[in-house]
Design a protein around this ligand. Sequence first.
Ligand code: CA
Length: 233
Amino acid sequence: MGRRILVVEDDDGIALPLLRTLDREGYEVERVAEGGAALERAGADVDLIVLDLGLPDMDGLDVCRRLREQDFTGGIVILTARDGELDRVVGLDVGADDYIAKPFALAELLARLRALLRRAGSAPASAPREPADARSPLTVDTAARRALAGGRELPLSTKEFDLLAQLDAHRGAVVTREHLMDEVWDENWFGSTKTLDVTMARLRQKLDEAGAQVRITTLRGVGFRLDEGTADA
Ligand code: CA
């Protein structure tokens, strides 16, 4: 069965060639033209969402935030109008996994989608969200692509999981920013590592919410380290 991609884009000039290309590549594709429709359609059977920011009914950034609030754990790639806007958008924490500025080459977009989907397993069941009473050891199961704290699965996005898996594989040791960018974002990154900081912030928050008994220390200009324990770093 093909992976299912939901394209959220009101502009036919962008949506139609994209849909044709994705279909030709063997993906199951669907398209909606409005943010509200995207929020209704997004579910566990959708592997990835390509999300335009300029939608007629809602700001795409709000759509992205709300997708994560409703526990959509598939990939989200945001399409932005210009590079200037891209910088601003990446700095906001809305829960996207990747960003691409228009006009984009279809080949580049495809490469990014492929990279995201390759890492995404089947969508994890969403975990109950009530706060944990006690701090619990963290278990990262890369085969099943699940991270558990206190027997509960963390609702991580693809990139958040990949980041955690990299840190966990080197628990107690420093992992450099370059290594994380290469491993988690492939070679398709262009110097800016803002997306790493944004994803890291989200990961920390989720670990904290889940009561996971670990902490991530930032080594300024070098990288990050995952340690046991919960003392504030
Ligand atoms: Ca638009």
